[in-house]
Write a protein that binds this ligand. Structure first.
Ligand code: 5GP
Length: 218
């Protein structure tokens, strides 16, 4: 598509950004389940069943938000980061690497590892990538489904740094802004872009940072 002037392009991108966020928020409100004051279940469209139309919109959105950053690779963590990361890789035209949580007999070449404490499973996981796929020349965009206390993102940053590559930024589908992961990462100077930011999950209610709508789950 050709744009006759910059403002048309701006209008297109701003409404398109708004639409993606509205689509994501409406999915969270209609299909998300508040399990506890600090856990949101989104198995209906992201963590178990996957909504391809939403993933496509998310991919476009991240590609536009990180368009100014040099990005040669995307790094995520299995398994729920893979769908949004692949769509973003498609729109940015870069390969996607996912860190493994399970030991694999085939993942042996130049293994880079980091320890990550899992917020949802409450156990320490070793995550690993092969240095074959991330090298010193790479500029890596880190993507994940949720941001809580930042352990997964910090583990992925550790892997990028062990590879001698540069972190271009961090993209998160759902940030729980009442936990301190976002602050930790932004304080370290990383560009963090979250598509939906949740202020609170108290009283079975999803309260977004920029507006408030309610969902009550049985
Ligand atoms: P963090 O490492 O930032 O503490 O937590 C982020 C990771 O834990 C994500 O990769 C995600 O898998 C998981 N996670 C954290 N909070 C939630 C949540 O409320 N719901 C779901 N489904 N996953 C979460």
């Amino acid at each position: 598509m050709m744009w006759s002037n910059d403002s048309q392009a701006f209008l297109f991108f701003s409404s398109f950004e708004g639409e993606t966020m509205e689509l994501l928020k409406s999915k969270i409100l209609t299909e998300g389940k508040v399990l506890k004051d600090d856990i949101l279940k989104v198995d209906a469209f992201l963590n178990h069943q996957i909504d391809p139309v939403l993933m496509d919109a998310i991919g476009k959105e991240f590609a536009s938000r990180f368009a100014e950053q040099p990005v040669t690779k995307i790094l995520t963590i299995e398994s729920s980061g893979i769908a949004p990361a692949v769509m973003t890789g498609l729109y940015m035209n870069v390969p996607v690497v996912f860190a493994r949580k399970q030991k694999s007999l085939t993942l042996t070449d130049g293994l880079l590892t980091a320890q990550v404490y899992s917020f949802t499973k409450q156990v320490n996981n070793q995550i690993a990538i092969s240095s074959t796929f991330i090298s010193e020349q790479d500029h890596v965009l880190i993507l994940d489904d949720f941001l809580a206390n930042g352990q997964a993102a910090l583990g992925l940053i550790d892997l990028v740094q062990q590879a001698g590559a540069t972190v271009s930024g961090i993209g998160i589908v759902i940030e729980k802004a009442f936990q301190d992961g976002g602050e930790k990462l932004r304080d370290k100077g990383f560009k963090v872009e979250s598509l939906a930011r949740i202020k609170s999950l108290k009283n079975k209610t999803v309260d977004f940072l920029d507006d408030t709508r309610e969902v009550i789950n049985e």
